[in-house]
Ligand binder design. Structure first.
Ligand code: C5P
Length: 235
């Protein structure tokens, strides 16, 4: 399940600021059976060279959550494509024009074309936060509105909470990728995640990919934790 045509089901979130720490996390996991997710904490500190070095030959999810005017985001997508990520995130709330420009820039990357995922409503925001910034809630309605806009603009999928999977699958159809964080195996600590679901439950509801960090990276034996999760979802 780890060829470019069939990306891995599990994206391991490596939330570290240093190359040494990130490399240590990944060395303990081996090279196969997962994609590595690197986000702002790592990218801002280590840049594209650090991303390429740490990801190595592993499939990469570059979680940069780009949000700006269409021309700038298109440029960001072009620059990020040099890291050859399989997946790259942009904010769907940047609007249809921004998402279309990003999709066009991604397509121009040819064989290195990243799949673009829209961020809908951050799970750190609740209905009161949406009201405060002038967005129409409830959050689940806004997430669906943005996911449909993302699909219409040519994005490949969205990142969503496990509790939105069924609704977004229905609204966006079978080919649209749903990438889901907030995952906790029954045997792992919840940590600061509140609205959690197990890997098997999320996949049964229709998640295409799961983003999992600490239950794997902080496990006593990360490789066994990953293998256990893969077995649980039948991957
Ligand atoms: O360690 P844990 O499994 O909670 O890591 C989850 C990863 O998914 C982190 O990189 C976190 O930033 C990311 N994420 C999330 N919730 C979202 C979007 C992204 O936990 N709504």
């Amino acid at each position: 399940m780890s060829s470019a045509a069939q990306p891995p089901r599990i994206f391991v979130a490596v939330d570290r600021p240093s190359r040494a720490e990130a490399e240590l996390d990944l060395a303990r996991l081996g090279t196969h059976g997962y994609a590595v997710k690197l986000g702002l904490e790592f990218f801002v500190a280590q840049g594209p060279d650090g991303v390429r070095q740490v990801a190595g030959a592993r499939p990469l999810f570059l979680d940069l959550k780009l949000h700006d005017i269409p021309n700038t985001v298109a440029g960001g997508v072009r620059s990020a494509s040099a890291c050859a990520p399989l997946f790259l995130t942009i904010h769907a709330s940047g609007g249809p024009g921004m998402m279309r420009a990003a999709a066009k820039a991604a397509a121009e990357a040819g064989a290195k074309r990243p799949a673009l995922l829209g961020i809908t409503v951050l799970t750190s925001l609740d209905d009161a936060d949406l009201d405060a910034i002038g967005q129409r809630g409830p959050t689940a309605d806004q997430a669906e509105r943005l996911a449909v806009l993302a699909r219409e603009a040519g994005l490949d999928g969205v990142v969503c909470s496990p509790h939105e999977i069924a609704r977004l699958r229905k609204a966006c159809g079978p080919g649209f990728k749903l990438v889901v964080p907030g995952i906790r195996p029954a045997w792992a600590d919840a940590g600061d995640q509140k609205r959690i679901m197990t890997p098997a439950e999320a996949v049964a509801l229709g998640a295409d990919h799961l983003v999992i960090g600490r239950p794997i990276t902080q496990a006593e034996d990360p490789k066994t934790a990953l293998a256990r999760i893969l077995a649980e979802i039948g991957a």
